[in-house]
Write a protein that binds this ligand. Sequence first.
Ligand SMILES: Nc1nc2c(c(=O)[nH]1)N[C@H]1C(S)=C(S)[C@@H](COP(=O)(O)O)O[C@H]1N2
Ligand SMILES: [Mo]
Length: 223
Amino acid sequence: MDLPPGQRAVRGFPRFGIDRVSPPPRAPEGMSIEVSGPLARRVSVDLDELARLPHREVDADFHCVAGWSAIGLRWEGVLFRDFYQLVIEPALAEGARVEYLVFVGLDGYRSIVTLEDALEVDVLIADRLDGEPLPPEHGAPVRLVSPRQYGYISTKHLCRIELHRSEPVGYYHPMKSVQRALSAVRPHRRARVAHEERRRHLPSWLTRQVYRLVVKLPAPPLE
Ligand SMILES: Nc1nc2c(c(=O)[nH]1)N[C@H]1C(S)=C(S)[C@@H](COP(=O)(O)O)O[C@H]1N2
Ligand SMILES: [Mo]
């Protein structure tokens, strides 16, 4: 099996996240994805509107920065590049420049992505997984999926997309104390799995070892 550097395949697809103990957040009735930034008009896409946008399938493995990979998932949803082109671009204010995006989840989670990475051919706003509606533990009702990047980019329970001109001083975790601890090991600006871009200020071989010591595999290894 061809895995990216430093990854181990596990059985199935475990739920993961910085907070693994609370139940997944529930989507409010009639929820929509709000877009904020240099826009000429308000952009808000509810789930019915999202369902009407062109859908695609993406077959991919899922790689968590902690070192486990889930193998052979089938996602369905709207390619982010289609969403950007059909929904966001037409609403941009004149002269607006967008270089970075923030994907926000209902639990307050945020991931920061360059526009270039978000426009890759396989980045999805996913609403189905393996032929079923996205289950709560994997990000219902919709989540981002960026298969070429570590899992921390793929915000679950997606409810807002922020557009930024430069890299936002952002955080991933809603709790201030956790965020302070995480700031020493900031997520990588690109987070590309093929280049083992795990964390910004630490070499990958070290990060890899630390994770192995600190984070238990969330599912049995796949032999
Ligand atoms: N909203 C939200 N999205 C999130 C997280 C989270 O805690 N909250 N954790 C991230 C991390 S670190 C990983 S590895 C993946 C895990 O996705 P899964 O639970 O579907 O396996 O979700 C990412 N997206
Ligand atoms: Mo992760």
